[in-house]
Design a protein around this ligand. Sequence first.
Ligand SMILES: [Zn+2]
Length: 105
Amino acid sequence: MSVTRKRERREIEKIARERMEYLMRLADDVFLRDRERAQRYVEICRRLGMRSRVRIPRAWRWRICRGCKAFLWPGVNCRVRLRVRRQSHIVVTCFNCGHHMRYNI
Ligand SMILES: [Zn+2]
């Protein structure tokens, strides 16, 4: 890839990340009042990520169920458990589809 192309790619990634960050914050803001709207923001965010081939920002990744893609809210539609044996990690269980997700911390 040429230098110009690399620069363009970095620019696209930066813009995509910022927009995804913004959409996830919107979803977070609106979730308790309007879950459907929150879910729509998540869909837009995921589509944007796929189209630009940029991953969802790390801080937000665990908030989307890998099984059913629902926006997760601890105590509302998912459970978060901290495990400190061996490698410390959290286990997120989605109440919507029952999927378990493990994240090292
Ligand atoms: Zn799920």
